[in-house]
Design a protein around this ligand. Structure first.
Ligand code: SF4
Ligand code: SF4
Length: 168
């Protein structure tokens, strides 16, 4: 049976405020229907953070939205914003929007590292990989505040831990 990601490393859109429909830019040629600049809400996004064309995404040219998975970054960051600001209302609270928009690419990247470590630990049974994943997860509330040097140090640790698998 192929290794699968644990629940916390899969998108839970019901616990998110549609961050991927706002923050990243997207292109029509990549299956997103039209060209959208970064940090701008998709014009199909409804006020309740739901997609107005969810039932017909593929037919309307948005297959990219169906395929996209933030690996849990959306609900993670939404929860962190709620803890920090007591609000996730990026439409009405400019400071919340600024913080979410700045943190999203980093949290997305870190969830990807977590996913790689988690899958590698499952496939190999390597307790060291699992311990590193848990250490990285424990740091999650601080991810948005990490200085660049700390991010770079973790990037190095993750790459070094996964390097032996790439050689197999
Ligand atoms: S950012 Fe992730 S959790 Fe949020 S709506 Fe997009 S895919 Fe779903
Ligand atoms: S089409 Fe729907 S799922 Fe895709 S970005 Fe727009 S609101 Fe989000």
């Amino acid at each position: 049976m192929p290794a699968t990601l644990p629940e916390r490393l899969r998108a839970d859109c019901s616990a998110c405020v549609a961050l991927c429909c706002v923050i990243p830019p997207f292109d029509a040629v990549q299956g997103f229907g039209f060209d959208k600049p970064a940090e701008t809400a998709c014009h199909h996004l409804c006020a309740d953070h739901r997609c107005g064309i969810h039932a017909e995404l593929v037919e309307r040219g948005f297959a990219g939205c169906v395929a996209f998975d933030c690996l849990g970054a959306g609900q993670r960051l939404t929860a962190l914003a709620l803890a920090r600001f007591g609000s996730t209302d990026w439409r009405a609270r400019p400071e919340v929007a600024r913080w979410l928009f700045a943190a999203y690419p980093r949290v997305r990247q870190l969830q990807e590292w977590l996913a790689r470590l988690s899958l590698a630990a499952t496939v190999t049974g390597d307790a060291g990989l699992e311990a590193l994943a848990q250490a990285l997860e424990t740091e999650a509330p601080r991810w948005p505040d990490w200085p660049a040097a700390e991010l770079a140090e973790w990037e190095h640790r993750v790459a070094a831990a996964l390097a032996p698998l790439a050689r197999q």
